[in-house]
Design a protein around this ligand. Structure first.
Ligand code: ADP
Ligand code: MG
Length: 742
């Protein structure tokens, strides 16, 4: 437990008082390892774990009453791997970057030595390739056999030691991974050749070039894979680097430069023209425009005035801004995005389960196939050496490493690309659902409209005044977070009406609110709600405005008409959704006339008005029952049940580290088009995953029979192995260049 408390960034307590923790893992070589660690962690009582091979991390939820981080780390160790609790974001990123660089350099040195030793062995094969006779496993030997053995042995046992170590770890843990296949295969070829050489059996073939070439090629594959993996997380690294390391704060009347960690919330921060903003802050003085493209993906600079918010990592253009810090360190929007995306990159897409399952049972099956190949070939061809080499090829071609990389690499690149364009995807499952989305349910207020309604009219009943209506309404609305409430409170303040306080305030979601003002029961809300409350209503006016009625002691005092403008970009976004085959349904709690006006203006054909929050959820459920993959965009004020019910929930225009945690996918930009971008990016990522899984399976499925029937040369098998990993990672990297289409 101690360790979890010491690392707050990676520990979140959820509702069931379970604790979530991330572990950094070491020693994995392929998807089979990941499956093994996951099994080991899940065997710990009260624990649910998901291991990501690509990020070398585990996301573990455990019951603190039954387990603790040390027990989890011990469970990983027993399975033959190493685990530790990571430090904070930036430190962790730097450590892992430095470590990966060092590992890559070492791997690259060993690779080139391996090439130098292997080339003289494979050189005689060149004519064979030239004549196209690549299936032949014999060729002309140029070098004396002892010389060949001298070249192949360091490749086998020095360069190849990583495979022995990996195989040992995995076997000791009771499983088998790709290292087992490589170590077993190449050792068999080496032992056979060494025996032939040392016993002087000159009429038999030797296969030193095969074992050395396989090791060299697989190391090449690992090297390219490591390079590409570093590239996949580049998006996140570039986001982290946006935040400057120092800030200028006003202390005792002077502006001083302080390290970022020293800035306190509430301090006055000065942002000079051309500087990157160091903290989240509210502008108190100055005018400028700020480049926020790194957070929102929107290239137009945003004007900033006193009262506006600036975000860490964005760049101030021409003016000098004095601000008050509202979020520093890990509490900035930028840090929140990085944390969330890192978590997402470590999460597992439902589509990956199949691949994991296959990888876990693959190795033992392959060993069985190799044994059958050996026995059958020996039996029918009568040549034990050839039979052995044929089963070696089976072992080599069957490595499931591309399978383990197929999904996570695409998820990492896709979520990273999203973060660069203001799309924050919470986890891989959200991405997968968004990629399959067929129906999008949208809330009206704040989603299609600006979300800032304004009072356009106050109509008092006979015997009452405008001020009286506003005063009573404002008294109740002080207690509400509803956008309508904010508008009414603002109007009352502008009109300088008397302020009352409210007692016994009760919000009625989707309808309005009740309370007591000066001991008298006051009710406010939609006209339908007031009718239900047996307030005597006059014939309602279908004005196309949102109407809020105010009643005191059961009698209508007046109505307030509000209007909320359609956002300029909404219509284009709806057109794009239709173009991409997504059904859009607007569901609102507002009255039918307003709903119709907004739906028409936005170009939405299907809408429902007067729907209560619980019924919004029921509508989403009904779509799901029809088999539609349903998304919901809402403000969360009273759409929470529907957002929770949807396959994937979207939030628009979140401006704080906390707000982006609320939905499955958050777009930072205040624009429905960003939701369309999120859906298209998810589709592109899902398409990559499908392509990758196909690639990965194809290599193994085509390769194994060819190998079993002796139609593949060991060197070709090694090259195919390396190529499979590399092609999968490279394909995922293509997503880096993704751009939203029209
Ligand atoms: P939407 O679907 O547009 O988000 P809501 O479900 O939030 O609408 O609210 C539906 C209707 O209920 C509003 O149009 C309004 O008439 C009434 N209402 C709900 N909450 C309040 C409130 N706090 N103050 C005034 N009216 C409210
Ligand atoms: Mg709402």
């Amino acid at each position: 437990m101690d360790t979890a408390v010491a690392a707050p960034q990676s520990t979140i307590a959820d509702a069931a008082s379970n604790v979530r923790i991330d572990l950094s893992l070491e020693g994995m070589t392929c998807a089979a390892c990941a499956a093994r660690i996951e099994k080991a962690l899940n065997r710990v009582p009260g624990t649910a774990a998901s291991v990501n091979f690509a990020t070398e991390s585990a996301s573990v939820t455990f019951d603190p009453a039954q387990s603790n981080p040390s027990a989890l780390i011990a469970a990983v160790a027993r399975a033959g791997y190493r685990a530790r609790v990571p430090r904070n974001e930036v430190a962790e990123q730097q450590v892992s970057e430095a470590k990966q660089n060092a590992q890559r350099r070492r791997l690259s040195v060993e690779f080139w030595i391996s090439v130098a030793l292997t080339l003289p062995l494979v050189a005689p094969m060149v004519p064979m390739f030239a004549t196209g006779n690549i299936f032949a496993s014999t060729h002309h030997e140029l070098l004396p056999r002892l010389m060949q053995m001298a070249l192949a042995t360091p490749v086998q046992f020095w360069v190849g030691r990583r495979f022995y170590v990996g195989a040992w770890h995995s076997l000791r843990g009771g499983g088998a991974n790709m290292d087992v296949l490589i170590a077993l295969g190449t050792t068999m070829a080496w032992v056979l050749s060494a025996a032939v050489t040392l016993l002087g059996l000159d009429h038999e073939h030797v296969y030193f070039e095969a074992s050395a070439a396989v090791i060299t090629l697989v190391v090449l594959g690992k090297l390219l894979e490591a390079r590409a993996k570093a590239g996949t997380s580049a998006a996140l690294q570039s986001l982290l680097k946006l935040q400057p390391r120092v800030a200028f704060v006003e202390r005792d009347g002077a502006v001083v430069e302080v390290p970022l960690e020293a800035v306190r919330i509430g301090e006055r921060v000065v942002v000079r023209a051309g500087d990157a903003v160091s903290v989240d802050a509210v502008v108190i003085e100055g005018e400028s425009s700020v480049d926020e493209s790194m957070l929102t993906g929107e290239s137009q600079p945003v004007a900033k005035h006193p009262g506006g918010t600036v975000y860490a990592g964005t760049v101030n253009n021409e003016g000098l801004l004095r601000c008050r810090a509202t979020g520093v360190g890990d509490a900035t929007l930028l840090a929140g995005i990085v944390r969330l995306v890192r978590e997402a990159q470590g999460s597992k897409a439902p589509i990956q389960r199949l691949a994991d399952h296959v990888a876990g049972i693959f190795v033992p099956i392959v060993v069985v196939i190799a044994v059958i190949t050996f026995v059958a070939t020996w039996w029918f061809a009568g040549d034990a050496a050839r039979a052995l080499i044929q089963s070696v090829v089976v072992l080599v071609i069957a490595c499931p490493c591309a399978l383990g990389l197929a999904t996570p690499t695409a998820i990492i690149v896709g979520t990273g690309r999203g973060a660069q364009r203001g799309v924050v995807i919470r986890n891989a499952a959200a991405l997968e659902h968004a990629g399959r989305l067929t129906t999008l349910v949208v809330d009206k207020t704040g989603t299609l409209t600006e979300g800032k309604p304004a009072v356009v009219d106050v109509i008092p009943e006979m015997g009452h005044t405008v001020d009286e209506v506003l005063a009573l309404a404002a008294a109740l609305e002080q207690g509400s977070t509803h956008p309508l409430a904010a508008a009414i409170v603002r109007k009352a303040r502008d009109a300088q009406v008397q302020t009352y306080s409210v007692t016994d305030y009760r919000a009625v979601p989707g309808k309005g609110a009740r309370g007591y003002v000066g001991g008298i029961a006051v009710t406010l809300g939609s006209l339908a709600f007031l009718s239900e409350e047996s307030v005597n209503m006059r014939g309602s006016i279908a004005s196309g405005h949102t109407e809020v009625g105010v009643a005191s002691a059961g009698h209508l005092v007046g109505t307030i008409a509000l209007t909320d403008r359609l956002r300029e970009t909404t219509r284009a976004a709806i057109d794009r959704l239709r173009l991409h085959g997504i059904d859009v349904v607007m569901i609102t709690g507002d009255n039918a006339a307003t709903a119709k006006a907004i739906a028409n203006a936005a170009g939405i054909a299907t809408y429902r008005a007067g729907v209560l929050p619980a019924d919004k959820a029921a509508a989403v459920r009904a779509f799901k029952v029809e088999g539609r993959v349903t998304g919901m965009v809402g403000d969360g004020v009273n759409d929470a049940p529907a957002l929770a019910e949807a396959d994937v929930s979207f939030a628009i225009g979140a401006g704080s580290a906390v707000a982006i945690e609320a939905a499955d996918i958050t777009v930072i930009r205040n624009d429905l088009n960003a939701v369309v971008d999120a859906i298209l990016l998810s589709r592109a990522t899902l398409a990559k995953i499908r392509q990758n899984l196909f690639f990965a399976f194809a290599y193994n499925v085509l390769g194994i029979p060819l190998a079993a029937f002796g139609m593949l040369n060991p060197v070709i098998a090694g090259a195919a192995m390396a190529a499979s990993s590399v092609s999968v990672v490279t394909n995922a990297l293509l997503l880096k260049r993704w751009r939203p289409s029209g």
